[in-house]
Design a protein around this ligand. Sequence first.
Ligand code: ATP
Ligand code: MG
Length: 395
Amino acid sequence: MARTLVVHYAEIGIKGRNRPIFERRLCAQLGMALRDVGIETSVRRQPGRLTALLPDGADAAVALDRLAKVPGVASVAVGVAVAADVAAMGEAAVAFLQAAPPGSFKLEVRRGDKTFPLDSIAIARAVGAICVERTGRRVDVHRPDVTVHVEVPSKTAYVIGPGRAGPGGLPAGSTGTLLAFLSGGIDSPVAAWKMIRRGARVVAVHFWNRTLQGQAVLDKIEDLCRVLALAQGDVPLVIVPFEPMQRAIVAHVPAPVRMVVYRRAMLRIARRVAEAYGALGYVTGDSLGQVASQTAENLRTIHAVADRPVLSPLIGDDKVEVVRLAKLVGTYEISVRPHEDCCSFMLADHPATRTRPDRIAAVEEGIPWDALVEEALAGARREVYRASESSGPRA
Ligand code: ATP
Ligand code: MG
């Protein structure tokens, strides 16, 4: 019996007439994820679920691990596909139990095919009787040692083991492109991941102060992109030289408001990057009140120059929640590697926490934005990163 991956999806189920589009998107994402781990197979749409044949020799645990990271997946499990009749389902369940740890068992049956002559309780009784007779195991519906799932969505039935939970959400690339500001800290990659989980396709951008930050921060950003690619498939990255702009700001702007002006400067450059990639909005790791630049007043001042919505999915999260997610997603260990923050460049000890857009605009008077934006874009580098869980360069 050939092993089959069975994927249950999350919110796609409620997408009405657009459902086939989301399903096809998820099929493509799952196929790409399996290819990452060297498994070539095609993922197919079945009523209410997606399935893929696991080729001989493929490591099921590796496949499950990889697919459990793909947004849109509610759960994924390995099982076998058989004809939807009691004898065949019984045979498969017996084979499953023979390979399982000892003890009592329970059958969990889901019947989607309403034309099937038995309802789910009757299927459980009939298949269960075969299992008891052939394996000598006892049924325990309350505290079973082993649970076997039997699904009958159509003329094909699936007998599967325990599911691994996925991240839920929607498949990446199903809700539009966003430009994600990645700083190298803990927050911004989590923010980007949360938007990928909501179906966005993110293009990452990093504003880089070469003198201050050196190569180390770029290694971090690249590794973060590789981890985000586990959710997205691949992640384009734009590295924008930021030093000339920062020098101009230092020359014009008093230290207490420089951070706010740096952040506004990033948005001025971002507009052009967003146009190039067709991005509909920006993603940042801001969390209300976390640092001086993230007070409500300063966020207003910063966002005043944005030409697209600034989405900050961590805005209402506590740091502990963000750290928990960062560990789950796999970005935490990379983010905590030491690096210089681009924006510690010539900062005040006591940054202003209550700026106003009109006053900051007045302070910025005389900064040659257009020329500086052109210079930054001319020096920008574009790369694309594929999925990898290790931090080293991918072979
Ligand atoms: P993080 O942990 O993501 O670094 P933070 O709490 O340190 O966030 P700030 O340094 O104020 O906060 O930055 C706020 C947000 O601005 C970041 O989450 C990120 O989205 C964006 N950002 C800051 N610096 C850069 C940079 N050099 N390149 C790209 N985006 C940046
Ligand atoms: Mg930071």
